[in-house]
Design a protein around this ligand. Sequence first.
Ligand code: GDP
Ligand code: CA
Length: 322
Amino acid sequence: MRITVLAGGIGGARFLLGLRELGHDVTVVGNTGDDVTMYGLRICPDLDTVVYTLGGGISNERGWGRENETFRVRDELAAYAEKSSSGSEPSWFGLGDLDIATHLLRTQGLRDGLPLSEVTRRLCQRWRPGVTVLPATDDPVETHVTLTDGRTVHFQEWWVRLHAAVPATRIELTGAAAATPAPGVLDALAAADVVILPPSNPVVSIGAILAVPGIAAALRSTDAPVIGLSPIVGGAPVRGMADACLAAIGVETTAYAVANHYGRRPAGLLDGWLVDDVDKDAADRLTEEGLPTRAVPLLMTDIEATAAMARAALDLATEVRR
Ligand code: GDP
Ligand code: CA
């Protein structure tokens, strides 16, 4: 089967590890809203998380960046910032030494005029993720966050530096209006047998991908069933601060509310929804209200558990297709 998955960083990447076990032809549409330029280097955290995770190079402990990483360059930059006026860029961003090699190659490729999709394809020649990885768009987009104190900051500053502790009132993908889906993205959605929204952040990962004009419409119009998995379990994110993102767009942090936020096709995006066993009540209620929803274990504790989640998503796809 041809399966297309919209993915953010950790949640998307870990889900893909399980899905890959099932041996299908998988295309990933990756989030580029987290992308940022630092020290002149273009950094694509979510694409890198997917590629490193599937390529076996991720730090499992941190969930982002490389294993056996060192941070000597970052520390050296911090020493400059402390002792001279040359420190203009932030030191809170985790720029690892091995990771920098990826950013150097990406930046050089972009500067040579290659689109991000082509640069990503070349990076994948080394990592061999076993899936096709496409950025949602080749155009430069960035998620910006407006805070309750009136400031508007790059998503990375809110997330990494402020730990999302200052509430947000608005989250926006800047550059989206002028962006178009990267080559292959719309085809991958139209030609898929199943489309999956993995347990990625509904706002800054999935939401940012959907903000690229044409992608949400392609989800609504594909013949493939669209199945989502809840990143919210028992009223909280399994990892990270998705609750702060959901609050910013006025959505409660529950599996039920996220399903309603995505909505049911054709007006919304979903044909089926998976929640964790602890949210069985939400499954019953959503199913009653017209969105086929199943309660299954949704914790990606290991590859087998994650593969079982992917299988449950494909089973639900078969069920709702009939
Ligand atoms: P990020 O870009 O690195 O933040 O990663 P994603 O957007 O792809 O995924 C983040 C989301 O994954 C968070 O909202 C988590 O709640 C969710 N998540 C992480 N681990 C699990 C898990 O084991 N099960 C489920 N259901 N969600 C998870
Ligand atoms: Ca991310």
